[in-house]
Design a protein around this ligand. Sequence first.
Ligand code: SF4
Ligand code: SF4
Length: 86
Amino acid sequence: MTKEVLQPLAKPVYGAGGPTGTWRSQRPVLDKEKCTGCLLCWIYCPEAVIAREDRAIDYEYCKGCGLCARECPVGAIAMIREGEEA
Ligand code: SF4
Ligand code: SF4
């Protein structure tokens, strides 16, 4: 399988309730020093808000579910309460 075949199943869009990021209580913060680029977070994110190229997270649509942090094999993603510093 070539890299070009890998695509997220869906693109984030405005839903009836607006951007999903508005009701998030925790946000994922990615440590690029620890990240190995395995792309598991990109694969598992149910909102498809992690960019494949640089793992930038679109906080407008990230709902704070924590799946990315749970699946990261090297602990490069921490879940931080909204309003707290990373
Ligand atoms: S917290 Fe959930 S929605 Fe947000 S980037 Fe991680 S997996 Fe995606
Ligand atoms: S799962 Fe962890 S190591 Fe893999 S790309 Fe995401 S942040 Fe980086």
